[in-house]
Design a protein around this ligand. Sequence first.
Ligand SMILES: *Cc1c(COP(=O)(O)O)cnc(C)c1O
Length: 373
Amino acid sequence: MSSPRIEVDIDKIRHNTRTIVERLDVRGIRVTAVTKAVCGHPAIAQAILDGGVAGLAEARLSNVKRLRQAGLTCPVTLIRTPMLSQVDDVVQVCEASYNTERVVIAALATAARRHNTVHGIILMVEMGDQREGIMPNDLEEIAQHVVDMPGVSLKGIGANFACLNGIAPTVAKMRALSLIANDIEVQCGTFLQTVSGGNSANLPWALGWRPAGRINELRLGEAILLGVNPVTGDQISGLFGDAFTLVAEVVETEAPPATLFSSCADPALARIRLVHDSSEMTRILLAIGYQDTDAAGLRLPLGDELIGATSDHLVIGTKNEALCVGSEMQFQMNYSALMRAMAAPDVQTNLCHDQPAQNAHDTQEPSKHLTLV
Ligand SMILES: *Cc1c(COP(=O)(O)O)cnc(C)c1O
């Protein structure tokens, strides 16, 4: 089998999705799955759809086109504000998009009329993360503008937390978003079908005991794919954290010690410093580097140490004597490492358990009776 490669356990992704969908369903919250970290990989998207999500969301139009070309017909929402230069494609391949700019909404409306369709608009409200969004005070005017504009329809509002500034969603912020939804409905005389509460960082809130209020959707990527709470980095109980495994090949063992490289002038080639010099460790070189993944986001086998990485190599200290030239090493990835590996042209994607097997997730289920904390 060729390497580097990502091995994707489709069953585990289906299980993670189904588990989260069921837990949120009792709270009146539906799941829109975000596939940007897997570049809109159609088989992975299909597994997520089989897990019961309401629809998919993507940040990039190229990924949406990949989904469509594979024959997926589910609703797809563009979660990155559309580029003005792409509005014609957006209205043709996406049912709706998240928006913050009047000029973009107007262009989407014109494009939608040109293509004889109506494009859904979800307005992003700035609730403190300061990445994207309309200030709450300006929202009513823009919402009214969307309601009055032919070619677009106001589908809802949404917020984003813990992205740019790591501002975690609080109970107060979520209540504020609910109140904003109520206000907009009264002021604009329209019903908001979607009140999108945020991303995986919102899961602890969503699965808590407090009323979900008007929030009826979360957009989830990391929690489904990696089973992780992005704010704490903790594994979510009952979910698989190893649906994705990165495999790389050893090309050299006993590479020269780090001190030989200490005069390396290019900081990009020396981003990760030597952890500590341990003489009983064997240094091995793997044929994978920054061009393929985020080296700092790899979880190494217990006892192994990441010594350094360059564009094309990973240097690892190991006590595992079985590792020789030609053998393979496996890593779990964090979100950043996964995203880059999925997008890297030299990293293959291999699917396993790619058949919907109704019983498979029962037998493999890690912990049936645990609840998310
Ligand atoms: C990436 C993204 C998400 C998904 O975030 P996860 O942490 O992967 O759940 C949700 N909403 C927006 C706007 C995003 O850009």
